[in-house]
Design a protein around this ligand. Structure first.
Ligand SMILES: Nc1nc2c(ncn2[C@@H]2O[C@H](COP(=O)(O)OP(=O)(O)OP(=O)(O)O)[C@@H](O)[C@H]2O)c(=O)[nH]1
Ligand SMILES: [Mg+2]
Length: 390
């Protein structure tokens, strides 16, 4: 992937804010084409000409650029818009919140039409496909139409190098394997070119904040919104018309974090991950216990009290980094102390509970212990999940 400046790396200097120019609503039945741009000035004239040429007569279409550029892209758009029979507007963001994904979501929020098409500005997504996307959606009564590089008849050679073809293929397969049900009917979940019905966006947003990390906004909308019906249109992914790619290795890493976050967004999955992290804590616990008893001669009970705290620290770091990244609403010290207090309370609470199950309910010690452990684990997970992070 080419490593050129991306706005998440180098914050653009704010141009004059143009939010006042942002078109909001196209008519209820119309189509809004949302195009995120970052320094795409050289692509704008050709892009707008081709969009204009592909809009069928009678189709009310507006084009909304959501721009984070540091070059003169907004000026070029405004100049070109004058010569075309299209409603074109630019929403320039002085603060590029959320990068590309944030720009797309902002564009969708600003548009008022029933259908929204999202596409790139570099002509890798052929504008000639626009009418087909909408026609297919109407005909199939689909909530989402994905322009796919991987459907029969599609082509992804515009990705360029063999390395990028490989990365795209592998990440598509991994993503499909991680979300087999949600992505059953989608061959190209990483596509940046799709038509989506407003109702589906609303449903995705109803499940909580849609916060795509980096490039893969479509995946987020599918996994959160669960479209009732999806259609696809195969297409040839072209080569970039002009300008430089903004796709970087950093975007790839962001995408992996995005996958993890989406996959762990259900409570049962989080509980499983929490349990697995808890189990992994036995390793540092036992290692420290061994070191303290063998090297310092400390009594094993005292050593275990210390070793247990090391295990807890390990667990805390892992859940912070892997499970609840970006979900913090207390200071780090409060989180750490609460986490350690809860885990120690867990140990203390197990004994009386076991006794209650044995003497009060007549259970034998093994099921009584298992039940007490499960109960206390669930309570601890819920406290951490609901109060410490969510
Ligand atoms: N508003 C906004 N647009 C962005 C940002 N990053 C990229 N874009 C736009 O998103 C679209 C896709 O970016 P590209 O650089 O083409 O990414 P790509 O298609 O994965 O990579 P290539 O195949 O190399 O072109 C283009 O229209 C970019 O101008 C951003 O941070 N903010
Ligand atoms: Mg591109």
């Amino acid at each position: 992937m080419a490593a050129s400046a991306s706005p998440s790396e180098s914050r653009p200097k704010p141009l004059a804010t143009r939010s006042e120019n942002a078109v909001a609503a196209a008519a209820d039945r119309g189509v809004t084409v949302v195009i995120p741009t970052f320094n795409e000035a050289a692509n704008i004239p050709e892009l707008l000409s081709r969009i204009s040429a592909s809009v069928p007569p009678g189709q009310e279409t507006s084009v909304l650029f959501v721009d984070d550029s540091t070059d003169d892209t907004p000026e070029v758009i405004e100049k070109e818009a004058v010569r075309l029979p299209l409603k074109v507007s630019v929403h320039h963001r002085a603060e590029p919140a959320g990068g590309l994904g944030g720009a797309v979501m902002e564009g969708i929020a600003l548009s008022g039409s029933r259908w929204i098409v999202v596409m790139d500005a570099d002509l890798q997504h052929p504008p000639a496909l626009l009418p087909e996307l909408i026609a297919k959606g109407e005909e199939a009564e689909a909530e989402l139409v994905v322009a796919s590089r991987y459907a029969g008849g599609g082509d992804h050679s515009g990705l360029g190098t063999r390395y990028r073809v490989l990365v795209s293929g592998v990440s598509t397969s991994v993503t499909k394997a991680l979300f087999p049900r949600a992505l059953r009917d989608v061959t190209d979940p990483m596509s940046g070119y799709f038509a989506i019905r407003r109702d589906l966006v609303g449903r995705a947003q109803g499940t909580g904040a849609v916060r795509p990390l980096g490039y893969k906004i479509l995946l987020e909308l599918i996994v959160r919104g669960r479209p009732r019906s999806v259609a696809e249109v195969a297409y040839n992914f072209g080569v970039r018309h002009a300008g430089e790619s903004k796709s970087t290795v950093r975007e790839g890493v962001r995408f992996l974090r995005h996958l993890l976050r989406l996959r762990s967004s259900g409570t049962p999955t989080r509980a499983l991950a929490f349990g697995a992290i808890g189990l992994s804590g036995f390793l540092p616990n036992l290692a420290v216990l061994w070191a303290l008893t063998h090297r310092t001669g400390l009594h094993y009970t005292a050593a275990e009290v210390i070793a247990n705290q090391v295990g807890l620290l390990w667990n805390f770091v892992l859940i912070e980094r892997l499970l609840y990244r970006g979900h913090k609403h207390m200071g780090p010290r409060t989180r750490l102390l609460s986490f350690v207090a809860l885990a120690n309370a867990d140990l203390v609470a197990r004994i009386p509970l076991m006794m209650l199950f044995v003497s009060g309910f007549g259970l034998t010690p093994i099921p009584a212990t298992a039940l007490a452990m499960a109960l206390v684990f669930t309570l601890r997970f819920l406290c951490v999940d609901r109060f410490l992070y969510r």
